[in-house]
Design a protein around this ligand. Structure first.
Ligand SMILES: NC(=O)c1ccc[n+]([C@@H]2O[C@H](COP(=O)([O-])OP(=O)(O)OC[C@H]3O[C@@H](n4cnc5c(N)ncnc54)[C@H](OP(=O)(O)O)[C@@H]3O)[C@@H](O)[C@H]2O)c1
Length: 210
């Protein structure tokens, strides 16, 4: 399959690209800094940002239209600590998805699998995690309105380092998931690829953990 990666220079995104190439897919990565990814067979690196529709159009044309889009964008803070200050545009992820949807509909690319997040409401409300979660929720609104797209918003619990481990789909609401539930970034990346290749999570927001 030919894939477009958005956020492929990030920690989850790089691993998703590794999984995709290992599974013999070809990947175009739209990244802000081309040196953030090592050149490899099967990988085409295009400079740009998903907030720019022309940049997405350029990525769709290099070298050819993707069959699916895999998103692992983040709304960054100064560090991963819950109270670290945010510095991303407030709708970075939502507006990027809105742009992607427009270009996908134009080129009849239907499948998009995005990295989303799940955490306990109380933790989100009382920390600066709220900014990223507001953006993730705005992505939900953008995607749920797109009747022509086969979207999946994979809501991962706390990401940590580690090998690929089996994952559990805890349903779309994550009822009963504990505060300390976690998933390795490699498992999350593999899961994004599984979702892209399959149809079991189309139009779903599964809460995913190891
Ligand atoms: N941390 C957790 O425990 C956790 C748990 C569940 C879900 N998640 C979700 O997982 C997703 C991926 O997280 P991650 O830790 O893999 O992210 P990350 O390592 O911070 O990577 C973020 C990606 O987003 C890109 N990006 C950030 N700001 C941008 C901007 N203004 N314009 C264009 N691109 C921009 C980065 O590009 P550059 O390389 O150019 O900066 C990078 O490719 C996030 O949506 C997060 O909410 C995280």
């Amino acid at each position: 399959m030919r894939l477009l990666s958005i956020g492929g220079s990030g920690r989850t995104g790089q691993r998703a690209i590794e999984h995709a190439l290992a599974r013999c897919h070809t990947v175009t990565a739209l990244v802000r800094t081309t040196s953030s990814l090592a050149a490899r067979p099967g990988l085409t690196i295009v400079k740009g940002i998903p907030l720019s529709q022309p940049n997405i159009e350029a990525a769709f044309a290099t070298p050819s239209t993707p069959q699916a889009v895999v998103v692992s964008l983040n709304s960054p803070r100064q560090s991963d600590k819950p109270f670290a200050n945010p510095f991303a545009p407030p709708r970075l992820m939502a507006d990027s998805h809105a742009n992607l949807a427009k270009v996908m509909e134009k080129h009849e690319t239907r499948r998009i699998v995005s990295t989303s997040a799940w955490a306990m409401r109380v933790l989100v409300r009382r920390s600066n995690l709220c900014y990223a979660y507001e953006d993730h929720e705005a992505v939900d609104v953008e995607m749920e309105a797109k009747k022509n797209l086969e979207w999946t918003l994979a809501r991962f619990v706390m990401l940590r380092d580690g090998e690929v481990l089996p994952v559990m789909d805890h349903g779309d609401r994550g009822e009963g998931v504990g505060l300390m539930a976690s998933v390795t970034r490699r498992s999350a990346a593999a899961c994004l690829l599984d979702a892209t290749e399959g149809s079991q999570w189309v139009r779903r927001t599964p809460v995913v953990l190891n």
